[in-house]
Write a protein that binds this ligand. Structure first.
Ligand code: NAD
Length: 273
C-alpha cells in the first residue's frame, strides 16, 4: 500500500512513494500541496535548500497534526555550500527552516568535483550526531560513488537520480543494487512528458490506469523509490494509486526498451551550477 517501505542499508525505513516539491512556490502553494499529499496518505516529502520552500514544507508538516516520526523528510545541501565547505552550517539552516530537529534523509545534491568527498565527511558527522537518520547522495554516477565507497565510514544509503523510461541507466541501477544503495527516481514523470509517449499510453489503456501510474509502477517494480510532483489535488491522488495492479514482465521490458539515454536535467559529469 501507499505506506510500503524499503529498508535502507542502515536499517532505516523509507516509503517507496514520496512527494516531490521542486518548483512549488513557498507559502500557500507548497502548503496546500504538502497538506493534500499528507491527507492522501503520502508520508515522505522530498525538498532541497535550493527549492526555497523548506519553510512552507515544515509548516505544512507541523500543521498536519501527523506525528513527526510518521513522516520521512528529505532535504539536500546545495552546491555553493559544498564549495564554501559550509555543509554543517547549511544543514543547521535547513533544520531551522523546516522547523524540526532532524531530517530522515540528508543528500548531497550534486557531485561537485573536488568538493564532494570532503562534503561526505561532513555528512558522516551529521549522521553520527543523530540529526539525519540517513545520509545519501544525488546525481552520483558510478565513478562518483566508487570514490565515496573507497574512503567512507558510512555508506550512502540512497542515490537520487534522474530515472524514467527515456533514461534507464541499467548499469547504475545494477551497481546500486549490489552496493545496497537505494536508488530513488527524480523527474519520474519526465516532468509531464509521460503522457506524450505512445507506448506508455497504450499500456495505460491496457491496464485501465493513467500514463503516470504506469511509469510510477514501473519504478516500484524496479525497486526504485519514486517521488512524483504535482500541485493539482486530483493528480496528487492519482500518483499515489499504484498499489492495486502489477505490470507483467513483458510490459516491464517494453518500458525498459524505451530507453534513449535522454536526459531532461543536467549531465552529472558536466553541470555548471
Ligand atoms: P516529475 O517528473 O515528477 O513531473 C512533475 C510534472 O509532471 C508536474 O509539474 C505536472 O506537469 C506533471 N504531472 C504530475 N502528475 C501528473 C499526472 N498524473 N499526469 C500527467 N502529468 C502529471 O518532475 P520533477 O518535479 O522534476 O521531479 C519530481 C521530484 O524529484 C521533484 O519535485 C524533486 O523533489 C525531485 N528532483 C530532484 C532533483 C535532483 O537533482 N535531485 C532534480 C529534479 C527533481
Amino acid at each position: 500500500n501507499i505506506n510500503d517501505k524499503t529498508i535502507l542499508n542502515n536499517g532505516v525505513k523509507m516509503p517507496w512513494l514520496g512527494f516531490g516539491v521542486y518548483l512549488i512556490e513557498d507559502g500557500a502553494a507548497v502548503n496546500n500541496a504538502v497538506r493534500k499529499a499528507l491527507e492522501t496518505g503520502y508520508r515522505s516529502i522530498d525538498t532541497a535548500a535550493v527549492y526555497k520552500n523548506e519553510i512552507g514544507v515544515g509548516k505544512a508538516i507541523n500543521e498536519s497534526g501527523i506525528a513527526r516520526e510518521d513522516i520521512f523528510l528529505t532535504t539536500k545541501v546545495w552546491n555553493d555550500n559544498l564549495r564554501k565547505k559550509r555543509v554543517s552550517e547549511a544543514f543547521e539552516e535547513s533544520l531551522k527552516k523546516l522547523n524540526t530537529d532532524y531530517v530522515d534523509l540528508y543528500l548531497i545534491h550534486w557531485p561537485v568535483n573536488n568538493f564532494y568527498l570532503d562534503a561526505w565527511n561532513e555528512m558522516e558527522k551529521i549522521y553520527k550526531s543523530g540529526r539525519a537518520k540517513a545520509i545519501g547522495v544525488s546525481n552520483f554516477m558510478i565513478p562518483h560513488l566508487q570514490n565515496i565507497l573507497n574512503v567512507c565510514e558510512v555508506k550512502p544509503a540512497v542515490n537520487q537520480i534522474e530515472f524514467h523510461p527515456l533514461l534507464v541507466q541499467p548499469e547504475l541501477l545494477k551497481f546500486c543494487k549490489e552496493q545496497h544503495i537505494q536508488l530513488e527516481a527524480w523527474s519520474p514523470l519526465i516532468q509531464g512528458q509521460v503522457t506524450e509517449i505512445n507506448a506508455i499510453s497504450e499500456l495505460a489503456k491496457k491496464y485501465g490506469k493513467s500514463a503516470a501510474q504506469i511509469v510510477l509502477r514501473w519504478n516500484l517494480q524496479h525497486g526504485v523509490v519514486t517521488i512524483p510532483k504535482s500541485s493539482k489535488p486530483d493528480r496528487i491522488v492519482e500518483n499515489s494509486e499504484l498499489f492495486d495492479f502489477e505490470l507483467s514482465n513483458l510490459d516491464m521490458e517494453l518500458l525498459n526498451s524505451l530507453n534513449e539515454g535522454k536526459r531532461i536535467g543536467p549531465d552529472p559529469y558536466n553541470f555548471d551550477f
